[in-house]
Design a protein around this ligand. Structure first.
Ligand code: IPE
Ligand code: IPE
Ligand code: MG
Length: 247
């Protein structure tokens, strides 16, 4: 596959789903699937760097995942903490900026500290921006943006007339980042599950049956290939885009 002939998405957002089913297929506890899922992340991050993707957003834990059995939630928290402990130095060495997006106030104090340290360490890096969505929900994101704006109106810093789409977007956790070009969900489900609701408005959606632990760099290339073949019209006509009709 010639990389020069395909267009590379600037921002890829992935719902990493299917860890539990991957483990079940192997008669292993769900936790083993989550562990394998962390390993899969390493390969995909590396491939995004090699491919020239600017932003990678990974859904690691949704605001609804607290509804899972307490034991699984605790193991996921431990896994997150271990992954930070083991990976942050390597990410930093590779010039990757790590950004945790989500309501981290619900995490334990030590985990919150670890997150703050990891983000501070890598804040100057200008390579890949790696967003890890943890206790993230698209509705939460829009709500917290609106709350910030309401506070600014209350203090007189903003007038209600100034509220527009650009202002709302600039208070989302992804402010300053390009919107996702390509959304990938592994594991066969075809839904958004409260991921980046606002930001996905014009994103190309790609669903695959592959379970997350078995999603490889080659699978990512296949998704990018699919993305390359799509015509993104953003409301215009196909003729307008090809220049065959007056804009
Ligand atoms: C995704 O895998 C990881 C998290 C939600 C943390 P799942 O755990 O949802 O795996 P399935 O969907 O049960 O197979
Ligand atoms: C979405 O997966 C969240 C993450 C991958 C972190 P879920 O497995 O929680 O989604 P639903 O419940 O099937 O919609
Ligand atoms: Mg799932």
């Amino acid at each position: 596959m010639k990389s020069s002939s395909r267009s590379i998405p600037r921002h890829i957002a992935i719902i990493m789903d299917g860890n539990g089913r991957w483990a079940k297929q192997r008669l292993q506890p769900r936790f083993m699937g989550h562990r394998a899922g962390v390993r899969a992340v390493e390969g995909i991050v590396k491939h995004c760097v090699a491919t020239g993707v600017e932003v990678l957003s990974l859904f690691a834990f949704s605001s609804e995942n607290w509804r899972r059995p307490g034991k699984e939630v605790n193991l996921l928290m431990e896994l997150f903490s271990h992954a930070l402990e083991n990976q942050v130095k390597r990410l930093h060495k590779n010039n990757i900026r790590l950004n945790i997006i989500g309501d981290i106030s619900r995490f334990s104090a030590p985990l919150q500290q670890q997150i703050a340290d990891a983000m501070a360490l890598t804040i100057e890096n200008d390579g890949l921006i790696l967003n890890i969505a943890a206790n993230y929900g698209g509705r939460w994101d829009i709500t917290q943006s609106v709350r910030q704006i309401a506070n600014k109106i209350q203090s007189g810093e903003l007038q209600p007339e100034q509220i527009d789409e650009t202002l709302l977007a600039s208070h989302l956790v992804t402010a300053d980042l390009p919107e996702p070009d390509l959304f990938i969900r592994t594991g066969g489900e075809q839904r958004i599950s409260n991921f980046l609701l606002w930001q996905l408005a014009y994103t190309e959606l790609y669903f695959t049956e592959k379970l997350w632990p078995e999603f490889t760099a080659q699978d990512l290339d296949i998704a990018i290939e699919s993305f390359s073949s799509r015509e993104r019209r953003f409301g215009r006509t196909s003729e307008q885009l090809s220049g065959n009709e007056d804009a």
